[in-house]
Design a protein around this ligand. Structure first.
Ligand code: GLU
Length: 418
C-alpha cells in the first residue's frame, strides 16, 4: 500500500490535539488504533453469468461516545487505509457536532458506474449480510457516502428485515422518506456547509452578500451547498464536477444547473451550455480569485503542488479530507483560513442522528423542524470551534480537533477510570 495522505493528515491533526490538550498517553493507547476493522470478500453474480468478488470494508474507529456512525462508499479507490482515515474523521465529526455517536466508515472497492442496478443491489445486500453481526441501531449505523444513496440504504434495510421492520430501518440513515427517512436529510450536508460558511464569513468580518464562491463538486453535497449559498446572496461564480467546470463572473444560475443535472442521463454538468459562462478545468477552479473556495468532491484536492496557487480568501471543506496535511500547512502560513471538514460537513450526520431518533420513536418531524434543529447544532459547533481557535490562537482545524478529542477523552475518562 502506498502512502495514504488522508490517513497521515487525520492522524497528524488528532495527535496535535492530544499534545495541545496535554492529555496523557492513556488516551493515545485508546485512540491510536481503530477498535475494529472488518474486511470481506463479497461475491456477486454478474449479469454476464460470471461470478466476481469485491473487497469490502467496515472500520469502527471509536464507540467511546456512542454507537458507531458513518457512511458507506462505493469507489475504485477504496482501500483499508482510506476507510480507516474516514472512520476516524467520523469520530471527530460526531464529537464536534456533539451528537452521541462514535465513528465508523465502510466501503467497497468497485466502479459503480460500470455496474447494472441489479448487480449493485446484489453487491449491497451481500455486503450487508456479511456485515450483519456488526451493524444495528445500537451498534453501528451506516449512511450514504460517495456513490451511494437512498436506494442503496433501502437495499440494506431489505437485507436486514429479519431483525424486525422498525429495527431494520433504524440501522441505516439516509433512507428515502417512504422507508423511514427524514425530511431534510437529502439537503442536510450542503445546507450545513452553507450555514457554516456564512457564519464563519460573518465572524471574519465579511458580508456574505458581497462575497463570491467557487464550489468544486456538484453532487449530493456541492449542488445543495451552491444552492443555499446562492439563496443567501453569495455570488457563486464557479461550479464543477468530474466532467469539468463552469465560470461566470456575474454568478451562475444554480437552480438552472441543478435542473439540467437532474435531467441529464449522466447526472453531470457536461453539455450545460449557457451564454455568459465559460468552461474551466477543476484545477482552474481551485485557483480562482474568490472569497470562498469550497472543495465538495473527493479527498486530496488541495495538495503541496497547488496550495500556493489558491487565491481564495477562505477554504470551506465540504468533502472529507480535501486538503492534504502539507497543503493545510501552506494555506495556514499564507493566512488563508481553512474551515475543517469535521465542522463544515457535519450537517449530514447531524440529520442522520435526527433520522435515527425519529425511527426509534416512530416519529416524523416536519422539514422546518429538522432545519431549525440542524441550524442550532451547526451554530453551536461553529461558536465552539471559533471560540477555541481565538482562545488558543490556533487554526480552526486544530481547534475543532481539540474540542473533539477532549470530548472523547472526557467520556473515556469515565468509562475507563483514566
Ligand atoms: N457520509 C457522510 C459523512 O461523511 C454522512 C455520514 C452519516 O450520516 O452517518 O459525514
Amino acid at each position: 500500500m502506498g502512502r495514504n495522505l488522508l490517513l497521515e493528515g487525520v492522524n497528524a491533526a488528532y495527535s496535535d490535539a492530544v499534545d495541545r490538550l496535554g492529555l496523557d498517553d492513556n488516551i493515545r493507547v485508546l485512540l491510536d488504533n481503530p477498535e475494529r476493522e472488518i474486511m470481506v470478500t463479497v461475491p456477486v453474480a454478474m449479469d454476464d453469468g460470471t461470478l466476481k468478488t469485491f473487497r469490502g470494508y467496515r472500520v469502527q474507529h471509536s464507540s467511546v461516545r456512542g454507537p458507531y456512525k458513518g457512511g458507506i462508499r462505493f469507489d475504485v479507490n477504496v482501500d483499508l487505509e482510506e476507510v480507516r482515515a474516514l472512520a476516524a474523521l467520523m469520530t471527530w465529526k460526531c464529537a464536534v457536532a456533539d451528537i452521541p455517536y462514535g465513528g465508523a466508515k465502510g466501503g467497497v472497492a468497485c466502479d459503480p458506474t460500470g455496474m447494472s442496478k441489479r448487480e449493485l443491489e446484489a453487491l449491497t445486500k451481500q455486503y450487508a449480510r456479511m456485515m450483519e453481526p456488526v451493524i444495528g441501531p445500537q451498534i453501528d449505523i451506516p449512511a450514504p457516502d460517495v456513490n451511494t444513496n437512498d436506494q442503496v440504504m433501502s437495499w440494506i434495510v431489505d437485507a436486514r428485515l429479519h431483525t424486525g421492520a422498525l429495527w431494520a430501518r433504524a440501522s441505516v440513515t439516509g433512507k428515502p422518506i417512504s422507508l423511514g427517512g427524514s425530511l431534510g436529510r437529502r439537503e442536510a450536508t450542503g445546507r450545513g456547509v452553507a450555514s457554516v460558511a456564512l457564519q464563519i464569513l460573518r465572524k471574519a468580518g465579511m458580508d456574505p452578500a458581497n462575497c463570491t464562491a467557487a464550489v468544486q463538486g456538484f453532487g449530493k453535497v456541492g449542488s445543495w451547498t451552491a444552492q443555499y449559498l446562492h439563496e443567501a446572496g453569495v455570488k457563486v461564480v464557479a461550479i464543477s464536477d468530474i466532467s469539468g467546470g463552469l465560470f461566470g463572473k456575474d454568478g451562475i444560475d444554480i437552480s438552472g444547473a441543478r435542473e439540467y443535472v437532474s435531467r441529464s442521463p449522466s447526472g453531470l454538468l457536461e453539455g450545460y451550455d449557457v451564454s455568459g459562462l465559460q468552461r474551466i478545468t477543476n484545477e482552474q477552479l481551485l485557483a480562482l480569485d474568490v472569497d470562498v473556495l469550497i472543495p465538495a468532491a473527493m479527498e486530496g484536492q488541495l495538495t503541496e503542488a497547488n496550495a500556493n496557487g489558491v487565491r481564495a480568501r477562505m477554504v470551506v471543506e465540504a468533502a472529507n479530507g480535501p486538503t492534504t496535511f502539507e497543503a493545510d500547512r501552506i494555506l495556514n502560513e499564507r493566512g488563508i483560513p481553512v474551515v475543517p471538514d469535521i465542522l463544515a460537513n457535519a450537517g449530514g450526520v447531524v440529520v442522520s442522528y435526527f433520522e435515527w431518533m425519529q425511527n426509534l420513536h416512530g416519529a416524523q418531524w416536519s422539514f422546518d423542524d429538522v432545519m431549525t434543529k440542524l441550524e442550532s447544532k451547526m451554530t453551536k459547533a461553529c461558536n465552539d470551534v471559533w471560540t477555541v481557535s481565538k482562545e488558543e490562537g490556533c487554526s480552526m482545524r486544530a481547534a475543532a480537533y481539540m474540542l473533539a478529542v477532549n470530548r472523547v477523552a472526557q467520556a473515556a475518562a469515565y468509562r475507563f477510570s483514566l
